[in-house]
Design a protein around this ligand. Structure first.
Ligand SMILES: C[S@@+](CC[C@H](N)C(=O)[O-])C[C@H]1O[C@@H](n2cnc3c(N)ncnc32)[C@H](O)[C@@H]1O
Length: 284
């Protein structure tokens, strides 16, 4: 039997969120943590569940990202817990992991993940390299708590060590791969970000300072003593900062680097160090 009450809730979602019926069904399904086909199956939706759904729909109507409303999100094959106040991993970072696999010529034994957020990068890399040991840092208490839950859920507590610190303060190991998706939006562009980002995501995770490369410079400078010979530094960046980064690297005597494009054609990644020989070269 098709639930009339559920139909009303889906209709409310269509109206209030200005989405299609299919999208509304998907939203309701993810709020209920059920597959879409199950939402109409049961007519016994009680008062409490209706109130719960209405409250969640109001949060969405106010612009809160679905990930913060459901407190879960998908990163590659991984279902992650996410807390409001922790950066929501993006598709570009999924592609970053694919590039790492494609471009790095060796199997890293030690990885440093700076600004781990939900722990998404570390969890994906721990699966990609089953013997690797990872140190994941973040300055945010909320991020560390969220990453801890996800790492535990995936049974990776022995292989991913979390450290609440700035960049790599207190780290005392050397690494083959140092990776980060740092805050990289130039401060002057923060106002032009979508409202859902400005109002709900932590600026601590996004604001890259006046030129957008404040953290990129700090990461490159501060991690230099912790990179093994032949190691790679891989950073997510903003396309508008490519020229400034290039000048910074050249001024500091670094000439082995390249910028790579994301799946949408934008220069999004900086690799420092020797990569696998590829036919399609990007700029450097
Ligand atoms: C763009 S988010 C990336 C999060 C995660 N790595 C991802 O890709 O989804 C940047 C992260 O850097 C953290 N962060 C900001 N400043 C930091 C610092 N000085 N040291 C370490 N982490 C920092 C933020 O808390 C945030 O979790």
């Amino acid at each position: 039997m098709v639930s009339k009450k559920m139909r009303e809730i889906v209709e409310q979602a269509v109206k209030e969120l200005a989405v299609s019926r299919g999208e509304a069904e998907l939203i309701v399904a993810s709020l209920l943590e059920k597959p879409r086909f199950e939402i109409y199956l049961n007519d016994s939706i009680d008062q409490e569940s209706r109130q719960f759904l209405r409250a969640k729909l109001m949060q969405l109507k106010n612009g809160m990202p679905l990930e913060y409303v459901t407190k879960r999100m998908q990163f590659m094959n991984y279902s992650l817990r996410i807390l409001p106040g922790v950066f929501i991993p993006r598709f570009e970072t999924e592609y970053f992991i694919e590039l790492i696999e494609k471009l790095i010529d060796f199997v890293p034994e030690q990885i440093l993940d700076i600004g781990t957020g939900t722990g998404a990068i570390s969890i994906a890399l721990a699966h990609l390299y089953p013997d690797v040991h990872i140190v994941a840092t973040d300055i945010s208490d909320k991020a560390i708590r969220c990453a801890r839950e996800n790492i535990k859920e995936y049974g990776l507590t022995d292989r991913i060590q979390l450290l609440q610190c700035s960049i790599c303060n207190g780290v005392n190991t050397r690494f083959d791969l140092i990776i980060s998706n740092p805050p990289y939006i130039p401060s002057s562009r923060l106002h032009s970000l979508p409202k859902s980002v400005r109002d709900f995501e932590p600026m601590l995770a996004i604001d890259g300072g006046q030129d957008g490369i404040q953290f990129i410079k700090l990461i490159i400078e501060q991690t230099a003593p912790y990179l093994n010979p032949g190691g790679i530094v891989a950073l997510e960046i903003d396309e508008d900062t490519v020229v400034t980064i290039k000048e910074f690297l050249q001024t500091n005597g670094c000439d082995q680097f390249s910028f790579r494009r994301d799946q949408f054609g934008k220069y999004r990644y900086l690799f420092i160090g020797e990569l696998k020989n590829e036919k399609s070269r990007n700029i450097n």
